[in-house]
Design a protein around this ligand. Sequence first.
Ligand code: ATP
Ligand code: MG
Length: 491
Amino acid sequence: MAAKTPRLLTNAAAPLFERNQPSNWAKRPLPSHALASTDGQRLAGPKAVDAPPSCYHFLFPPPLYAQFEDALDIDTATATQLASKPLNISQELVDPNAMDVVAKLKQAGYQAWLVGGCVRDLLLGTSPKDFDVATNATPEQVRSLFRRSRMVGRRFKIAHVRYGRDVIEVSTFRKAPAGNVKTNGNGVILRDNAYGTLDEDAFRRDFTVNALYYDPHEELILDYVGGIEDIKRRRLKFIGEARERLVEDPVRLLRAIRFQAKLGFALDAAITEDAAAITVRLQDIPSARLFDEFSKMFLTGYAANAWHLLERTPIAKALFPNTPAQDPLVPLAMLNTDRRIAIGRPVTAGFLLAVLLWADYGARVKALSSTGGMGLPEASLVAAHEALLAQRRIIALPRRHFGFITDIWRLQRLLEERRPRRVAKLLQHAKFRAAYDFLLLRTEAGLLDANLADWWTAVQKAPADCQAEMIAALKQPGGRRSGGKRRHRHR
Ligand code: ATP
Ligand code: MG
């Protein structure tokens, strides 16, 4: 692709963010740690090139630069250096633990930068969900520097440094994949552990807005790929050629939709052009990784947006083949999840999967109990197991959620039946609250008579004597139950 001449990144003349003073380009040289190679050797310092203004720094001398260009087939080696202060990065939003990791790595003689989503979010003035650090220390070196750390990942080995419940992810600079990378037959990268230098690391990242490096002590940002400009223009663009980047890692399509949902940025048209073909390739992705993506997509506060976008692509069907199109429960559950997160209430992947698979579960119960001749309790258990296993082949929901989901589903029938002798026991059931929330959702979606949910709302709040009366009132003369509908369809 691209011409092989050095390309100047972003436009220095334009202020990046309206509120800022016109010039936020740093005039000072890069800090020394930005100029060392992965093995600690110092490379040549910033090289002055004729035409560009002093704000552009070339990290590498031409021979090395040319070498990268050939390997990556992209323009490399220009980094724009910006002072972070005029960009209004609020230091208060920076996790002190992340600052600590960067400081310790630098003290030990390594390069260390905050990178990725945290820098992007800081520039947008929002509080980052987590902090990632990029360094030239290997995971083993990080591990030996921080007592409370461990190595994780196979496809992508990184170190997790722990501060109580806070985890800082420290990844070693990597190269963009070259010819020798391990891929499956379809070109999907299976291992991405070829370490590289800072600028190589920038170009192997996914979106331009995710490839900014921030030194919180020097208050300096490095931009190799025009990420600042794209943040300013609120657009998501892959670094390099969209199709190649998607073939290399189809999960990036999910990430594109996730960031679109989270940031409200426009997607570069090239990203969606091949969506159908890339979606097919999602079947090559290990189900455990897709579970991670599922959690990031739906359990971080913008699930409703994400589902809205996903439903318009073939991805929803590929990831959730047994969820009916336009299922009214799903968007409501996503919205509900976002609201809970906003007020600090816990959310679980299990509840959302229970929603996404509810229709499938219902259909299976029906089939097993009618044509299969099973009693309802047995049919419920078998149906739950089958529905969960079918989904698990695509998204590896941990098995610990199985019991929770099965209980939510099983309890729906019991809540609908309201057998007087069971009410007290149901109210005490460990999963009652989750099952009741599920019942409310079905009611909100118009799938159940509202009287039923109202009754369960009231009975929970009622003092003991009133509760007893409410339960007694369920019995009609002759032992028949009253109130609400006895049998509801599952949906
Ligand atoms: P979030 O705010 O959701 O954490 P993020 O951009 O930090 O967003 P992470 O999944 O935490 O996303 O990844 C951290 C960084 O690692 C990204 O910003 C990106 O630079 C890089 N990255 C993550 N996944 C990929 C990928 N599949 N391909 C290339 N780079 C990736
Ligand atoms: Mg992150």
